[in-house]
Structure formats: C-alpha cells, structure tokens
Design a protein around this ligand. Sequence first.
Ligand code: MG
Length: 387
Amino acid sequence: MAEPLATTRTDYQRDRDRIVHSTAFRRLVYKTQVFLNHEGDLFRTRLTHSLEVAQLGRSIARSLGLNEDLVEAIALAHDLGHTPFGHAGQDALHGQMAAFGGFEHNQQSLRVVDLLEERYPEFNGLNLTFETREGVLKHCSRHQAEILERNEPVYADGGGGIGQRFLNRTQPSLEAQLCNLADEIAYNAHDIDDGIRSGLIRMDALMGLSLFGTYADAAARAHPHLTAPTQSRRWMYETIRRMLSEQVFDVIDATRLALADAAPAHVHAVRQAPPLVQFSAAMRERSGELKKFLMAALYRHPQVVDTMAHAKQVIRDLFEAYCNQPLEMQSGFVARWAQPRPEDGVPGDEDGRLRRIVADYIAGMTDRFALREHHRLTGKTLLGSVS
Ligand code: MG
C-alpha cells in the first residue's frame, strides 16, 4: 500500500530499517547456517551470514555505482524465511507441505516481510518496496509465480508484480543480482572457516582447489612465518581475506565489462538483458570447484548428515504434534487458526489451512526454541541438551 514518503530517509533505507527492527531478523541469531546453534558459539548463524552478505554487497555496489541501501535491504532480508536447522528444516517442512503448495525458504522470506510480521497498525508485514521484495524472491517455480501474481498489488508502471519475471524469464534489478552473488561469495568463504574450525575439513585438503590454494600459496610467499604450525589459523584467515578480495575485484571488473557491452539505459533494459552482475568465466569455474568440494566434504559429511537427519525428525514430530493439537501453538497462531484469512489457504480446505499455519509457526522458530518445544511435546531429546 502507498505510504507517505519518509522525511529523513529514502524508501530503501526505510525498508532496511524495518527489516532490522523485525522479529524475524532478531531470530536469525539463533538459526543454523551449517552447524547447529548449540554446536559452538563461533560458527556462523543466519544473522552473521546476512551481515557478511550485506557488507560484501555494499562494498561492490559502491564501486559499481549501484544503490547501496537497496543492496543492504535485500541482503539483510534474504534469509528471513529460513527454518530452524537450515536446509534440513526446509526439506522436512516441504515434505509435510508437499501436497499443500510446498515449503520453500525464499518464498517464506517473502511471506515474512509481506504477511507474517505484525507490527504496524495499517498493514500486515513490513510494506516494503517492489525492488526489495523482488530481490528477496530469488527463486520461484512457474506454478508458484502464477499463484503469487494473482495477489500482487498493481504497480504504477503496469509491469506486473514480483512473480512476473519468473513467467517472462527476465532478470531482477542489478542490486538483486548482486545480492545473489554476494551470498555465494560469503558462504563459500565462511563455510571454509567454519568447516576447518569444526575439524570436519582440513586446510591441506583445500590446497588443491584453485580458489583456495592460489591464495594460500601467495599468502605464504608474502608472509613465510604463516606456515608455522602455530600460525595455521592466521594463515587460513589471510587466505580467505585474499579470496574474498579477488572475488570482489573480479565481480566489479566482469560486471563493468558486461554493463559497458549491454549499455542498459534504464532498469527496464537491465531486466530484459541476460544477468549482468557476474563473475568472469575463470572465477565462475573456480567458485564452482570450491562449491563442489564443500558439498562433498562438508555439507554431506557423515557427521553433518547425521545431525541433520535428527533435525528433520524434530521438525516432523513438531509438525505432527501441532496438527494434532493446534492449541499448543502460541496464541497468535491459534487465533489465525480460529479466524480464517485468505492468505492462510484456500477457504474450505481446513487441513491445508492448518498445515500452512503450522508451517509458518515452525519456520519462525529458532533452533533452540524448536528443541525446547520438541522436548515439551514429545518428551524426547534428539539433539544436544535442552536448556
Ligand atoms: Mg544466504
């Protein structure tokens, strides 16, 4: 809905401020990135990840002359829809919702900023700008885009809502494209750090990867004392710092070339062009090699897979418990169950409606709240200790 213009900030700054003050944003501090929140205090959480994406995004945006405030707003909101326990939580919820429209964290991020935050008198959600919402919705199936488009507001330029680009196969703004890439740069780097810190991957296993090995060698040449056994952590940090800088420089250079080539006169031309914010072909390959390694060595490490299997069970148990006993949910969700709203599901489909409310409730939980609730409702302790 239209609101009066803010007097001291731009619309994107207001978006960012609303995101930072939201409940969902505060909860990111207790949500898993790769390692569960209780496994250690030093691992990334969704909050620190989002801050790192915002930092990388802003710094690239400044060099390219893009809108830094929009980049920051998108980066800080991009993971708001993540469930407890990372992708394991999403997969378990999707399993429960498969016949009822599914569950996907990107779409849930949009649901959080459009509907689930309840803090303003005149509207649900945060009433963010089209551009911030567009950036938050990174992926969307054709089917979901069609559903989304039916409920999108009518924008002044008549170009359709944020689902339209998934139907037209066009691109989002440069700022949204940048956030996708900053997300990838951030997690590749911090998952190396967390993976080594956890003991699940070793630095020497990374040496054969071009994106890591090149900079580890360069760091050792510039600072030979870093190869001493007592300096290994400092060596890793210096390597990651170089990796980050090189990727940032690469994106800036490759994007400048692509922009010079495409010469878009307006954001509409950006949307019609192929993706313009990009790595060089060589860096894309190196980043891909590192991602493959992290997938095999870290995300599919037996210890991570085992923990995530338990996490999925926690989510499935919770889902079943609330579906059987909706009154066990917090009062706001019980009220939604008692008073149907169109956004909670198709009228008359009571099973689907309850499931959507339960999915929203569980998706909003932090890791530790989910574990506490699981213990309260089932008497079981599947993961760590419940405090
Ligand atoms: Mg992310």
